[in-house]
Ligand binder design. Structure first.
Ligand code: HEC
Ligand code: HEC
Length: 250
């Protein structure tokens, strides 16, 4: 056999093998991604889901949505955007006030009341398929092989023992279905902790800029609500530092 023909044959076989390893994306997900980034879903053609959820993640901002939460006393003025990464693992319930259990309904709510555009039932189906396809990115804080550094391992132990974090934020996502008031003035979803390294500002109203402030809040317990429900969290400086190292690896 001519060696060029042989080479072409081998390249062809390699191509076929690669094709097999990379299954084509579900066309519904592809359509959903297009819609997610399409400003035609908003009435004034200036906003898409991706405006506030770039790449399916979040814009690190707070938004005021009276159409969703109402304006009754006790309801916070604004809520920080939630990430949609890993939503097939973290939800339902959805939204900070855990008021919705159906991703179709949440998606419809955003199109109809926040963005003011129009979407067919097929569009909503595609948007839901896209959201459910979103996974968590590789965590850059871990060792290259995904394992934990010694400080992160020590932090994991703090998280699971005298940090008292695990009961409310169970691994692997850190979220639970029951809303809680931990003295932040509102009964809220216990948010997932995956990809904490790229989220924030933290809490439903974005009151804390850093994980250090979050950990200090748990130890100080300014409202006394955590203490009252048995969560007395005492940590040394070393334990706090290790815990923060671990939180970044979620
Ligand atoms: C103007 C900004 C903005 C736009 C546009 C927007 N979102 Fe959001 N999204 C938010 C904020 C803020 C939250 C948290 C609000 C809350 O929980 O009360 C949120 C929460 C969500 C949640 C709940 C996530 C969870 O884990 O509970 C879903 C799902 C969602 N958005 C999907 C979408 C989809 C789909 C679109 C487009 C149709 C969209 N969003 C458009 C800001 C926005
Ligand atoms: C009693 C239950 C409870 C305990 C104990 C608890 N958390 Fe939380 N955590 C919550 C709730 C509820 C929120 C949301 C509060 C809010 O937004 O107002 C939250 C929010 C957070 C956030 C912010 C996430 C985000 O996306 O904004 C971080 C980080 C966090 N907790 C870490 C911890 C760590 C670390 C510990 C242990 C030291 C801990 N939590 C212990 C219930 C708990």
């Amino acid at each position: 056999m001519n060696r060029y023909v042989f080479l072409v044959l081998i390249l062809g076989l390699v191509y076929l093998a690669c094709e097999k390893d990379e299954p084509r994306e579900d066309p519904l997900v592809t359509r959903g991604r297009e819609l997610f980034n399409d400003t035609r879903l908003s009435r004034s053609n200036d906003q898409s889901c991706a405006t506030c959820h770039p790449g399916g993640h979040m814009d690190h901002r707070r938004w005021h949505f009276p159409a969703i939460h109402g304006t009754t006393d006790g309801v916070p003025d604004s809520f920080r955007t939630l990430t949609l990464w890993g939503i097939s693992e973290t939800g339902p319930p959805y939204l900070w006030d855990v008021s919705r259990r159906d991703l179709h309904a949440v998606t419809r709510l955003y199109v109809d009341t926040i963005m003011g555009g129009t979407a067919s039932d097929e569009d909503i189906e595609a948007l839901v398929a896209y959201q459910n396809s979103l996974t968590f990115p590789v965590n850059p804080w871990r060792n290259a092989d995904g394992s934990l550094t010694p400080a992160q391992q020590r932090g994991k132990i703090v998280y699971e023992t005298n940090g008292l974090c695990s009961p409310c934020h169970p691994a692997p996502t850190g979220t639970t279905t029951k809303p809680k008031n931990i003295g932040t003035g509102f009964l809220v979803k216990t948010p997932g902790l995956r990809s904490l390294f790229s989220s924030g500002p933290y809490f439903h109203d974005g009151r804390f800029k850093t994980l250090r402030e979050v950990v200090d809040f748990y130890v100080a317990d300014p409202s006394g609500m955590l203490h009252a429900s048995g969560f007395v969290i005492n940590l040394s400086e070393q334990e706090k530092n290790d815990l923060i190292e671990y939180l970044r690896t979620f």
